[in-house]
Write a protein that binds this ligand. Sequence first.
Ligand code: F6R
Length: 606
Amino acid sequence: MCGIVGVVGLQDCAETLLDSLKRLEYRGYDSSGIVTRAAEGFVMNRAVGKLGALSATMRDRPLSGRSGLGHTRWATHGGVSERNAHPHIANNKVAIVHNGIIENHAALRDELRAAGHEFASETDSEVLAHLFLAAFDQGMSAQEAGAAVLSQIEGTFALAAMHVDHPDMMIVARNASPLAIGLGDGASFVGSDAIALAPLTRNVIYLKDNDFAIVTPDSAQIFDAAGVSVHREVVIVAASQGMVDKGGFRHFMEKEIHEQPDAIAHTLAAMTGTDGTLSTPLSRDDLQAIDGIVMLAAGTSHYAAMVARYWIEALARVPVSCEIASEYRYRKPVTGAFTTAIAISQSGESLDTLMAMRHAGEAGLRTVGLVNVPESTIAREASLVMPTRAGPEIGVASTKAFIAQLTALICFAAALAEARGSIDAQRRDEIHEHIRGLPSIIGRTLGLFDDIRPLAHSLTTARSALYLGRDVLFPVAMEGALKLKELSYIHAEGFASGEMKHGPIALIEEGLPVIALLAADEVMGKAASNLQEASARGARIILVTEERAAHVVDFADQVITVPNVDPLLAPLLLTVPVQILAYLTAFEKGTDVDQPRNLAKSVTVE
Ligand code: F6R
């Protein structure tokens, strides 16, 4: 949700700002802009649309200067237009970029207007520029101005501000939205995440909520909300420069689908102890003390939680509640039955999930962060981290991170079950062995691209599609529907197949595509009957199943098969064809696969 970057003390910094924005475009791509402090004062380029538009403007009108700010926007307050694009400049003296929402912006704007300030945009962010302007105009120092502005604003923010009279200085601050300060050699940087800073420096400071900092080419002085100087650790991040390369694929999503065998293998390695058995970051005593688990997540990560509920309840006999993070955080949940909250997030930055995790922590639950980005806010705030090792996921639609989440969660379920005595060590090791075989089986499913292409082509003209699954495949059906709708803008819903007859079956009409997920499990016969009911009413059944189960639905119109696996692992395997179907449908339709409309990769606003 908006990416921000800043540089102080680097010759011709505009190019570096643009390059860093490319690494942050996953956070939003409604508009973008760069301001630098040139000899004549602030100079700025802004453009509506993806970063390519700004790059073209920068070629036509290069910006000089050693310090500057950049922003890529996901619109919240104010429509998508150039005047609402960041940076915002107040009176040619203060330039700011902001990620988050200033909740009291209307009241602040009224006060500032009454004091003579004139606004150029409809954004909440522009008040920040005017608040800094007012502070500096009153003769405050940078430190005083930082404290004064922070004391007036409510909401979530990562911000960076510059004053024209202090060309080699930036004031930055954060609350709930992520912000990293990078310390380089003779220059300093800020960015929404370490990926933005990857080629510039690995020495990073993460601010705590309500901290602000004064950043110069060779220092970062940090203050807490009260304006008291504080020390924050410099961490060495593992981010590497090559992480945003498409590696010869047409899209990041295509590349990331192909990286799934590695994502499983690396995540499994992180969940395997030195003795070679399944292991978790929780000790055996910790596992035995778990009486109930709340899973907190959003979107695709929520579907991973829902799959895990079937596994954990079946294997470990521990109750699990799966909560949509944005709902949970404002509920007054009854937590008595639960001892542990697992926050699941690829980015580790989804504000809803972060807040839900804090809510659970305040209610006395032990918090575990299942995250893919080790330097993320959820990773830093959770009492324990369970890592997924999918590597950086750039495509906005999550693929390999979901598979890695499932891998970590099935490992966790088996380890928990063994620690609690509901399965023995032999069964745990058997499950481990099956997971070990997954990378090569999933590797084989990647050969399905050619089989699925004609099917994807036929879906491009569909107005709607249904995804059906039963038991542990129900969440996979919802994940398949989410992938199709977000990438190709075709309306799609995922249903529990047994639920169809209670209402949704009314949607079935001649030729409606129904993507049916089926595994050779206990409910296979019942799931097949549900599909029969849809087929009898004219649905076009596209069966996605294991080889050994295909014969059960002999009335299917089209069949995609994957190799047979242990029924526990069917959700991982059957996910791959639905990802490929969504990818190819979007590709055939010509939509922007990696950056679908209205979306952003990391959702750091409410
Ligand atoms: C869909 C998708 C989103 C994310 C959701 C949570 O393809 O990627 O639904 O899963 O925004 O994001 P994280 O996992 O980063 O918290």
